[in-house]
Design a protein around this ligand. Structure first.
Ligand code: CA
Ligand code: CA
Length: 493
């Protein structure tokens, strides 16, 4: 960054006050105009001179030999026309001819001559600022780097302070007409000299531009933010928001931007509660002016209000979708319902992204993310599997017929019971819809669940799975088992 001291001759606040008055007038216009009216309001502001350069009298001074170009680098913030160059000069006892110039920058070195001033002869005893009027050229571009150049044909003192590296360039050239381009090979110093340019900024005729037009909801009755990002070549000033959200078109009063996105841009963010009726076309428009009161508009934007939610009907099913599962815990985000006798868990007023999870006997058997944008019915295919398991007597000879095989999610107590089944004539028990986990299989030696003849765990991992056989080796000798088939069936072994 160059060390730059910019003096503002007009305070931006003055523009704001003026804009507020204008806003009142403009608002009345808007109330009278229909939303379809085309309008343009142009107000000319007198362009006040501005400066760029170093307007401070430097603490140090140095005698500058004649016939040497002395250039100091600055950035001009706005486009405009240079009026003059002002330098702090102190007499060294000579009366040199002096003039100034502006050079464009090329890679941190002065290059093309942009403009130059009248010539003046230093008077004896001079010690102060001297303004040289531009007599040729002087067109300036916003945010461009320029070199302000002092040139004399004999000694005088100049004032300076320490500056940025390479901010000052000196080059010996015999005093004459300004060279164009600036001769190469000059020396560099980290100094900033007391020299500045006074210029008249160009009138701003460019209207603001817009982007990022957005609304953050369409739900009827919801609080909605209407957003537009406005940008300008100079700066944005304020905006007017209009909408038919209430049923009739209404333009609000002009609002000055108070928080800026950057030095030339700001968001017009307006919050409204949307019309509570579904399927209403809500139209809206934003108008924005810049600090020179150039206007632009988004034109008519619109959204259509949507229902606040939808029906969400979930049916808990087993892995092959053949059985509906009742008694499962169905989570819709943190909200939970128990699936009914036909496996259903139903909600209303649902919208947006939903996380669904199903828990069955303490085990997660489904996890699904969905986006609800209309009435939705889903069958949840859960990890619930049908399995077969063979039950063998203690001697592993023959089979057990009508043995009670009961499956628990943990210890063998009634509250943990998932399913129960009796073995068939081949010694197999068929158990439906077990969660895919390690479960407890308990085989009882009587209908009252009083005598345990086997208690093992088996892992259920897939549908139609045949688990490893269970050998009933507990309390077996003590039990009178009426259903044991002692006939040895070779084909079953
Ligand atoms: Ca503008
Ligand atoms: Ca099944």
């Amino acid at each position: 960054m160059n060390k730059t001291n910019i003096t503002r001759r007009s305070h931006p606040r003055e523009g704001f006050k003026l804009n507020r008055k204008l806003a009142c007038i403009i608002s009345i216009f808007f109330l009278l105009l229909s939303q379809f009216a085309i309008f343009q309001i142009v107000v000319e502001f007198g362009a006040a001179p501005d400066t760029f350069g170093y307007t401070t009298i430097g603490a140090s001074q140095t005698s500058i030999v004649g016939n040497q170009l002395r250039a100091t680098k600055f950035t001009c913030p706005k486009s405009g026309q240079a009026d003059s160059i002002t330098v702090y000069i102190k007499s060294y006892g000579y009366n040199p001819k002096i003039k100034c110039a502006i050079y464009a920058d090329n890679d941190d070195y002065p290059e093309n001559l942009v403009g130059y001033t009248e010539e003046w002869t230093l008077t004896s005893g001079w010690d102060g600022w001297k303004t040289f009027n531009i007599v040729s050229g002087g067109q300036l571009q916003a945010n461009m780097v320029y070199w302000l150049v002092y040139w004399a044909n004999n000694y005088a003192y100049l004032k300076y302070d320490s500056g940025d590296s390479g901010q000052h360039v000196y080059k010996t050239v015999t005093y004459d007409g300004f060279p164009d381009p600036f001769p190469s090979g000059g020396g560099k110093k980290a100094q900033v000299y007391s020299i500045y340019c006074t210029y008249t900024p160009s009138a701003d005729t460019q209207a603001p531009t817009y982007s990022n037009i957005a609304t953050n909801t369409t739900l009827a009755g919801a609080v909605c933010q209407f957003s537009v990002l406005w940008n300008d070549n100079a700066n944005v000033s304020g905006y007017i928001f209009g909408t038919n959200n209430t049923g009739t078109w209404q333009n609000e009063t002009w609002v000055a931007f108070s928080v800026f996105y950057n030095s030339t841009a700001a968001w017009s963010n307006v919050t409204k509660t949307l019309n509570s009726t579904v399927d209403v076309r809500v139209e809206w428009t934003v108008w924005c002016n810049d600090t020179s009161n150039n206007w632009n508009t988004t034109g008519t934007q619109y959204l259509t209000t949507t229902p606040t939610g939808y029906a969400l009907n979930l049916r808990v099913m087993d892995s092959d979708l053949s059985d509906a599962i009742s008694g499962a815990l169905v989570y819709k985000d943190s909200d939970v319902k128990v699936s009914d006798a036909n496996g259903w868990a139903n909600w209303t007023e649902v919208s947006g992204s939903i996380q669904i999870q199903v828990k069955y006997f303490g085990f997660w058997v489904n996890g699904t993310s969905i986006e609800v944008t209309s009435d939705t019915t889903l069958y949840l295919k859960c990890n619930l599997f049908d399995i077969y398991v063979k039950v063998l007597p203690n001697n592993q000879q023959g089979i057990l017929y009508q043995a009670n095989v009961t499956v628990y999610n943990a210890s063998s107590v009634e509250g943990n019971k998932i399913h129960t089944a009796l073995t068939n004539q081949s010694g197999y028990a068929s158990l439906l819809n077990l969660p895919n986990n390690t479960l407890t299989f308990t085989i009882y030696g009587g209908p009252d669940y009083s005598i345990v003849i086997a208690n093992v765990t088996r892992s259920v991992t897939s549908d139609e799975e045949v688990l490893s056989a269970i050998v009933c080796d507990q309390n077996y000798a003590d039990v009178d088992i009426p259903w044991e088939i002692m006939i040895y069936v070779s084909s079953q072994s």
